[in-house]
Design a protein around this ligand. Structure first.
Ligand SMILES: Nc1ncnc2c1ncn2[C@@H]1O[C@H](COP(=O)(O)OP(=O)(O)OP(=O)(O)O)[C@@H](O)[C@H]1O
Length: 578
C-alpha cells in the first residue's frame, strides 16, 4: 500500500461522509435534469404556462441550492482532510529535524530540508483536497446516471458505457508519466532551493574566493533544469486536458446524434426522455473528466508525498530521552563520565574511554590541540550527540533517562558562534528562558553580561531588531548576548565553547568575569583556549587524539604531563608558567 493510501485509512469517517455526499449529489444531479427537461417539455411541447409549472421551477431552484451546498460541503471536507494531513506531516518532519543530533542536523542541504518541509508538504494537498473527493464522486455519480440512462433508453446507456473507459484509460497513461515527471521536478526544486540557500549563506566567502560567477552559473543551470521539468509537466497537463475535452465532447455528440435519430426518424424516444438524457450525458462525462484533471494533480502529490515519506523513513541516529525530571534544586547536579566514547564515522576519529567527574559548581576546562575532540565531548555532555559507548551519569541516573525538556531547562550552551534569532535584542536575550521576564530583568542580565553599554548606545536600545530582521553584532557582542541569556535563565550547568578568535582585552575580561559570576551558582564546563580560563579551572581535562591524556589542576599538569607543558609553552609564546 502506498504512503498516501495508508494515510487515508486514518480519515475513514471523512471518506464515509464524502461517499454519502456523493450519493446525495448524484440524486440532485438526476433531479436537476428531470425538473429542467420536464419544465421545457411542459412549456414547449405541451404548451403549458409558467404558472402551471411553477412547482417544477421551485423544485429546480431548491435542487440547485442543495447541489451547491453539497458540492461546497464536499470541497470543505476535502480541504479539511488535506489541512490535517499537512499538519501531521509538517509536525513529523519538524520533530524529526528537531530530534536529530548536531551531526545529522549539519548534514544535507538546509535549503533542501526547507523545500521538503514547505513545498513538498504543500504539494501533497491536492491529493486529499481534490483528487480523493473527485474519485469518490466519479465512482458514484456516473453509476447512478448510467442506471437512469439504461432505464430510460438502452442505446444511450450502451453508448455511455462504451465511451466512458476511454477517459480513465487515457488518464492512467498520462498519470503514470506525470508521476515520474513530478518526482523529477521535486528533486530539481529541492536541489535548486538548497543551492540557493547555500549561495546566500556563503555569499561573502564566494565573493572573497571569486567563485560568485561560477556559483551563478551553477544556479542558472539548476534553475533552468527546474524550469524544464515544470514545462514538461505543464505540457502533459495541457495535452491531457485537451484530450479529455475532446473525448467527452465526441461522446456527448454521439449520444445526441443517436437520440436525435431515435426521436425524429424512428420516433422511438419522446422529447422529454431525449432532453432528460441529453442533460445527464454532460454531467456523466464532466465527472469523469474532472477526475482526469484531478488525477493529474493527484499524481504530482504522490511524487511530493514520496519525497516526504522518504525523508521521514531515512535512517537517523536519534538522541534518546526518558521521563525522569531533573529538578532545579539549590545545588547543581553532579555529572560523571564513565568510559564515555563516540565516533562520527567507523574507523576515523574516535573519542574513547573518557572518565571524569564534574562536582556541583565545579569549574572544569577541557583543553587539547585542534581536532583532539573537545567540542565533540562538549556536545556529548550537552546531549546533542548520542553516546556510542559508556555512560554519562547525572546525579543518580544516566543522562538518557532524563526528559529532554527538564535537561535543557537546566543547561546553557554558549557556542563559539551564538545564533541571533530574527527579533529584538530583548527578545534574543529572553529566548533562552521558558519564563516571562520583565524588561528590568532583561536589562539586569545584559548588565551582568557586560553588554548593556553597547545596547544603550543604540537608537532603539533593547528594541533594536537583530538577526535576519535587522543589524548584526560582532563576535564578542554575540558571546556577551549569549551570556546575558545565561544570566536571565540561571541554569545549573553552563557549557561554554570559548572563542578561538582573538577578542579585545576588555571583552575577554568581561567574559571571564561573567563566567566566574555564573560559576557561583552553576557547574561550568569550558572548552578553553585562553590561559586565563585554564589557570582558573578547578580541574583541567587534557585531551589528545580523542583520549583523556590527563586530568588535574594547571600546576599538576604542568608538573606531570610533558605534552601539556609543551602545549602551554607554544600557546603562550614560549613563556615559562611553572
Ligand atoms: N560532523 C563531523 N563528521 C565527521 N567528523 C567530524 C565531524 N565533526 C568533527 N569531526 C572530526 O572529529 C575530530 C574532533 O573534532 P572536534 O571538533 O571535537 O575537535 P576540537 O578539539 O573541538 O577542535 P577545535 O579546537 O579545532 O575546535 C576532528 O578530527 C574532526 O575532523
Amino acid at each position: 500500500m502506498d504512503g498516501l493510501r495508508s494515510i487515508l485509512l486514518n480519515h475513514k469517517k471523512r471518506i464515509i461522509f464524502l461517499c454519502i455526499l456523493a450519493v446525495i449529489t448524484a440524486v440532485t444531479v438526476v433531479l436537476q435534469a428531470y425538473f429542467l427537461s420536464a419544465a421545457v417539455d411542459h412549456i414547449f411541447v405541451q404548451g403549458q404556462t409558467f404558472s402551471e409549472i411553477s412547482w417544477m421551477l421551485a423544485g429546480l431552484a431548491i435542487i440547485l441550492l442543495l447541489r451547491t451546498t453539497f458540492t461546497y460541503t464536499g470541497r470543505r471536507t476535502g480541504i479539511a482532510m488535506a489541512a490535517d494531513v499537512k499538519a501531521v506531516y509538517r509536525k513529523s518532519l519538524l520533530d524529526k529535524f528537531a530530534g536529530e543530533s548536531v551531526l545529522q542536523a549539519g548534514q544535507g542541504q538546509s535549503g533542501g530540508k526547507i523545500s521538503i518541509l514547505l513545498d513538498a508538504v504543500d504539494e501533497m494537498d491536492s491529493y486529499f483536497s481534490e483528487y480523493i473527493p473527485q474519485l469518490i464522486q466519479a465512482s458514484i455519480i456516473p453509476v447512478v446516471i448510467l442506471t437512469i440512462a439504461f432505464t430510460q433508453h438502452i442505446h444511450t446507456g450502451l453508448i455511455m458505457i462504451i465511451t466512458a473507459p476511454f477517459i480513465p484509460l487515457f488518464m492512467i497513461i498520462i498519470g503514470m508519466q506525470t508521476k515520474n515527471k513530478s518526482e523529477e521536478q521535486q528533486e530539481k526544486l529541492t536541489a535548486f532551493s538548497g543551492q540557493f540557500l547555500d549561495a546566500l549563506q556563503g555569499l561573502t566567502t564566494l565573493k572573497l574566493y571569486r567563485r560568485s560567477r561560477a556559483q551563478e552559473k551553477a544556479m542558472e543551470t539548476s534553475s533552468l533544469s527546474f524550469r524544464d521539468a515544470t514545462m514538461e509537466i505543464l505540457k502533459i497537463a495541457f495535452t491531457s486536458s485537451f484530450m479529455l475535452e475532446l473525448i467527452s465532447m465526441l461522446s456527448i455528440g454521439i449520444v445526441a446524434l443517436e437520440l436525435a435519430i431515435q426521436m425524429i426518424i424512428y420516433e422511438q424516444v419522446s422529447f422529454f426522455t431525449a432532453f432528460f438524457l441529453l442533460m445527464l450525458a454532460p454531467e456523466y462525462y464532466a465527472t469523469l473528466k474532472e477526475l482526469g484533471s484531478t488525477f493529474h494533480s493527484g499524481q504530482s502529490s504522490k511524487g511530493a508525498a514520496a519525497k516526504v515519506i522518504n525523508e521521514l523513513a531515512e535512517e537517523t541516529d536519534p538522541l534518546h530521552w526518558g521521563n525522569v525530571e531533573l529538578s532545579a534544586g539549590a545545588v547543581p547536579p553532579s555529572i560523571q563520565l564513565q568510559q564515555a566514547g563516540y565516533h562520527y564515522e567507523e574507523g576515523l576519529f574516535s573519542l574513547k574511554n573518557i572518565n571524569a567527574t564534574f562536582p556541583p559548581r565545579g569549574n572544569i576546562a577541557i583543553v587539547g590541540r585542534s581536532g583532539s575532540g573537545k567540542s565533540t565531548l562538549l556536545h556529548l555532555i550537552a546531549g546533542l550527540l548520542p553516546l556510542r559507548e559508556g555512560n554519562i551519569m547525572v546525579n543518580d541516573h544516566s543522562l538518557a533517562a532524563y526528559s529532554k525538556n527538564s535537561w535543557f531547562s537546566q543547561l546553557n550552551y554558549i557556542s563559539q558562534h551564538p545564533y541571533l534569532f530574527s527579533g529584538t535584542i530583548a527578545e534574543n536575550i529572553a529566548i533562552g528562558s521558558s519564563q516571562d521576564h520583565t524588561r528590568g530583568e532583561i536589562e539586569r542580565a545584559a548588565e551582568q553580561a557586560g553588554i548593556a553599554g553597547v545596547i544603550n548606545q543604540l537608537e532603539q536600545g533593547y528594541d533594536t531588531p537583530v538577526g535576519e530582521a535587522g543589524r548584526g553584532l560582532s563576535g564578542g557582542e554575540m558571546q556577551r548576548l549569549a551570556l546575558a541569556r545565561a544570566f536571565l535563565k540561571k541554569p545549573s550547568i553552563i557549557l561554554f565553547d570559548e572563542p578561538t578568535t582573538g577578542l579585545d582585552l576588555y571583552t575577554e575580561r568581561i567574559l571571564y568575569a561573567s563566567i566566574r559570576q555564573l560559576a557561583q551558582q552553576a557547574t561550568v564546563i569550558t572548552v578553553a583556549h585562553r590561559l586565563y580560563t585554564i589557570k582558573d579551572a578547578d580541574t583541567i581535562l587534557f585531551l589528545e587524539h580523542g583520549r583523556l591524556l590527563a586530568a588535574g589542576t594547571h600546576s599538576e599538569l604542568l608538573r606531570d604531563v610533558p605534552e601539556y607543558r609543551e602545549m602551554v609553552f607554544v600557546h603562550d609564546g614560549g613563556k615559562n608558567h611553572e
